[in-house]
Design a protein around this ligand. Structure first.
Ligand code: HEC
Ligand code: HEC
Length: 343
């Protein structure tokens, strides 16, 4: 293969990533990219954070959804607000401007194609229905902004917020009714029915909302609902980032798992004792999938080192929870004993 001169290579890569792949860079952007010095290396992450207005970001998130769906939309919203506020190095990321999005939606840039970072998050990862893209995209933007220890405490709260919030938030219903959102024409301008999902899965979230609202999953209203959820999640991400910067994350959003989940996690957490039930990991709301707890009352099918059956273990857990050991121990594990997914 012909060896490209480094400078040419950088120029080409910049033009390619900025213009051809993303199809969004203006001539001016492409030019700016070409002037990067030959030995240019983007700065290591995190890139830093400055307080943002959650309500502005909520509106950006809603707009972002119209072009890049939930995953691309929440990422774009937070990164765009950071780019506008901080500039470098956020301006290194290929992000179309708010004006470009609005122009496109007004029909001024026919044939233009947008592809955003994190857009793959759509519909729970390319419509597979797993983790909702609005959480996924926001988590990625958060990872650009703050050190990874903070990422963990902020994103776990964001996940929990997603499980517990009744979407769409009243604020975004209001913005739609008052025509305060950016798109020139909404998929629906109504205040939409609200529902909570008890789950971080797109599949469950959309399903429960459709069931409650009576709208089909392919309806304009469902799509508009997800645009508002995208705004809501981007706004919450920024609220949590602001709190983190002020050192009051725990006050603004206390990290509380449900009593159900805590009671399961007394035994089921990432650990080394197979026999004691340490055969799982994670903090998702257990009750969203497990609702029949009878296996614990029947005789244990698997051999345990202590020769106890699961029923006995369940009794022990009840005692542990009543004694107040559970909640405290679990909260500790969330922040300390499961620092990252190294195993
Ligand atoms: C007191 C400890 C304890 C508590 C509390 C507990 N479990 Fe278990 N669970 C176990 C043990 C031990 C096993 C079996 C592991 C083995 O067989 O060695 C088990 C097995 C299971 C299994 C596999 C069962 C099967 O037969 O396939 C599921 C699913 C499960 N638990 C879910 C839960 C959920 C959900 C909760 C909370 C509602 C919960 N457990 C609470 C200890 C516990
Ligand atoms: C999104 C759905 C979902 C959620 C949420 C969920 N589980 Fe499960 N869990 C499953 C499925 C599916 C299996 C596999 C069941 C099987 O093997 O038959 C499983 C298996 C298990 C098992 C047995 C291990 C195994 O692989 O057989 C345990 C124990 C368990 N879950 C505990 C929990 C606990 C504790 C929570 C909450 C912290 C939780 N689960 C949350 C779906 C879920």
């Amino acid at each position: 293969m012909k060896k490209l001169h480094r400078r040419n290579f950088i120029k080409r890569a910049a033009v390619l990533s900025g213009a051809a792949i993303c199809g969004v860079a203006t001539a001016k952007n492409a030019k700016a990219a070409e002037t990067l010095p030959e030995n240019f290396v983007p700065p290591a992450m995190p890139w830093g954070y400055q307080e943002l207005d959650p309500e502005y970001v909520r509106k950006l998130g809603h707009l972002g959804y119209y072009l890049e769906e939930c995953g691309g939309g929440s990422f774009w919203a937070i990164m765009t607000a950071l780019k506008e506020k901080i500039g470098y190095p956020y301006n290194l990321t290929p992000l179309p401007t708010k004006e470009e999005f609005i122009d496109h939606l007004s029909g001024k840039s026919k044939g233009k194609h947008f592809q955003g970072i994190m857009q793959y998050g759509v519909g729970g990862v390319v419509n597979y229905g797993s983790l909702c893209g609005s959480v996924n995209g926001a988590a990625s933007a958060i990872t650009f902004a703050v050190p990874f220890d903070a990422v963990k405490s902020i994103v776990s709260r964001l996940m929990r917020y997603y499980e517990t919030e009744t979407f769409p938030n009243v604020k975004s219903n209001e913005y739609a009714v008052n025509k305060e959102f950016y798109p020139p024409k909404y998929k629906s301008g109504k205040a939409l029915p609200r529902s909570s999902s008890n789950s971080v899965l797109c599949h469950v979230s959309v399903g429960k909302w459709c069931e409650k609202s009576g709208y089909a999953s392919g309806s304009k209203e469902r799509s508009e609902r997800c645009a508002r959820v995208t705004g809501d999640m981007a706004a919450m991400a920024v609220t949590l980032l602001n709190a983190h910067m002020k050192g009051n994350l725990e006050t603004v959003f206390p990290m509380k798992l449900s009593q159900d989940t805590v009671s399961c996690r007394v035994c089921h957490f990432k650990g080394k004792k197979f026999e004691a039930g340490q055969i799982t990991r994670g903090f998702m709301e257990c009750s969203s999938c497990h609702n029949d707890m009878t296996p614990h009352l029947a005789e244990n099918k698997m051999k345990t080192a202590y020769g106890m059956n699961v029923g006995t273990w369940a009794g022990a857990a009840a005692i542990g929870t009543v004694a107040g050991i559970g909640t405290h121990a679990i909260a500790g594990r969330l922040s300390k004993e499961e620092p990252h997914d190294e195993e």
